[in-house]
Design a protein around this ligand. Structure first.
Ligand SMILES: [Zn+2]
Length: 89
């Protein structure tokens, strides 16, 4: 299963870090649907975050603002972890 997540079409609030409506053109549109990430809620506002290729089908990934913010937080956390010097035994 292969996913290509790109958050380039999403704007983020500088205060909360949560996705906000994109200004200008080319932004991902909010639609009502199911969150494919952590919460799995349905009939909520979600953003397209990229295509996914599964073994027997292709699809589009959508996620809610809360889960996108959590995903971005995990990316920052992992980047910070990789930037830290290795511990010596
Ligand atoms: Zn969610």
């Amino acid at each position: 299963m292969r996913a290509r997540v790109s958050l380039g079409g999403i704007s983020f609030s500088g205060v909360s870090g949560w996705p906000v409506p994109h200004r200008g053109t080319g932004g991902n549109e909010w639609v009502t649907g199911r969150c494919w990430l952590y919460c799995r809620r349905e009939n909520i506002s979600v953003l397209w975050i990229g295509p996914i290729r599964a073994p027997r089908a292709d699809g589009d990934l959508y996620a809610c603002g809360q889960c996108i913010a959590e995903l971005v937080h995990m990316v920052y956390e992992e980047q910070h972890r990789l930037d830290m010097p290795a511990r010596r035994p």
